[in-house]
Write a new protein. Structure first.
Length: 401
């Protein structure tokens, strides 16, 4: 079974049916609903639309899943006015549009045949098209269109499928559409499972082995220690990190082999990084005021670090802290269901597949990003500390002159 074909949860099914019903009610003028509508409808049953949207599995370089929304391609959450729609996969999981999805899959076979029959030319690349009359005729002859509006919906249904984006401009009154070259890959596909499995193959992200930035297996632990040493120089010999057991720290240097091992390493790393927030709060005199909110798990560390470095290093420090907070977010998702939306966004920023696939590659990518962030903090704090140390000598020399 393809990873996208896992059964929907009750919450996911409720969202899919809500979107499908709103679309189908439009008949000939069918349009996808906006997020505010979907959110309001689901709230009536105590469901949170934003969290449900983030929970749908996605795959491939198109970030394909059962549901899409305006802004998904840029990685942002939907705004109230953004359209929320279903892909062909999502339609097939809806009681309202499942039969229509079967109709579209049948038409994909016809599109593949159009390419196969396109005439060859020594000077011009092949093109293929499909007319509304052809779709209506085939639907009537095969008796597969149960509603007269289905042919009008056809381009809209395909517009969010990989390789068919140009169909979005066709509209419900379309007469002719171009058939993309990639339609040939769907020849012989007769159901949605076959379509999704083929789609996953076509859009799969090539596996690229992740090489560590330096060959030493102690890079991560070394980066933590090096930053801790520089922090002590800047803050009256007060350390930045506290560590769990020696065994857990030692395991950070080695790739995990199972999901459980990856979870244990994420927990150990998050515990170490969160200890920096506790130490930073001590520097600010904030003892006893509780942990910061999960959305900004290193908020005080960011404040102290930004006050420590020079103006030119502030952006780099902000970026580094954001990476460390993203690493913590990945761990939190394994412990708290409500942290899943943050983990999805964090994984995307870190360049990591979520849900996690290859656990060793996931850990290698994460540690590389964390090491880069720790090194950036160390370099900026070290530079600022050295500059402050040389400032009095420079001022004294100027006074003597």
């Amino acid at each position: 079974m393809a990873s996208l074909l896992v059964p929907l949860t009750d919450d996911q099914k409720a969202l899919v049916d809500c979107v499908a019903e709103a679309f189908a009610d439009g008949e000939e003028q069918a349009k996808w609903p906006i997020f505010d509508y979907v959110e309001g409808m689901l709230e009536r049953n105590g469901r949170r639309a934003g969290e449900i949207l983030a929970s749908f599995p996605r795959a491939g370089r198109w970030n394909y899943g059962a549901v899409w929304w305006r802004g998904l391609e840029s990685g942002r959450s939907p705004r109230p006015e953004d359209e929320v729609g279903l892909t062909l996969l999502g339609m097939s999981r809806s009681a309202w549009l499942a039969k229509f999805a079967e109709f579209v899959v049948a038409m994909l076979e016809i599109m593949a045949q159009r390419w196969e029959s396109a005439p060859l030319s020594p000077q011009r690349p092949r093109t293929a098209s499909m007319t509304r009359a052809l779709v209506e005729g085939l639907a009537g002859r095969e008796r597969i269109a149960q509603r007269s509006c289905w042919p009008g919906w056809f381009p809209t249904a395909l517009a969010r499928e990989p390789f068919f984006a140009g169909l979005e401009r066709a509209g419900a009154t379309w007469e002719t559409i171009s058939v993309p070259r990639e339609a040939r890959a769907y020849a012989g596909i007769d159901d949605i499972d076959g379509y999704v499995e083929t789609l996953e193959e076509l859009t799969a992200v090539p596996h690229v082995p992740v090489a560590p930035s330096t060959p030493s297996p102690l890079d991560l632990v070394g980066a933590l220690d090096y930053l801790d040493a520089i922090w002590r120089l800047a803050h009256d010999k007060k350390g930045l990190f506290s560590y769990p057991s020696a065994e857990r720290v030692a395991k950070l240097a080695y790739p995990p082999n199972t999901t459980d091992e990856l979870g244990a390493r994420l927990s150990a790393l998050a515990e170490i990084l969160r200890s920096a927030e506790t130490r930073a709060r001590a520097v600010r005199g904030r003892r006893g005021r509780g942990r910061p909110g999960r959305d900004r798990s290193l908020a005080t560390l960011a404040e102290v670090a930004l006050e420590t470095v020079g103006e030119e290093g502030r952006d780099r420090v902000k970026d580094a802290i954001a990476v460390l907070e993203d690493a913590i977010a990945l761990r939190d998702a394994g412990q708290h269901a409500d942290a899943a939306p943050r983990a999805v966004a964090a994984a995307k920023r870190l360049g990591i597949d979520y849900p996690f696939g290859d656990v060793a590659a996931t850990w290698a990518m994460l540690t590389r990003r964390v090491i880069e962030a720790l090194s950036a903090l160390r370099e900026e704090i070290d530079a600022a500390t050295r500059e402050r140390a040389t400032a009095p000598a420079s001022e004294a020399a100027q006074q003597q002159v």
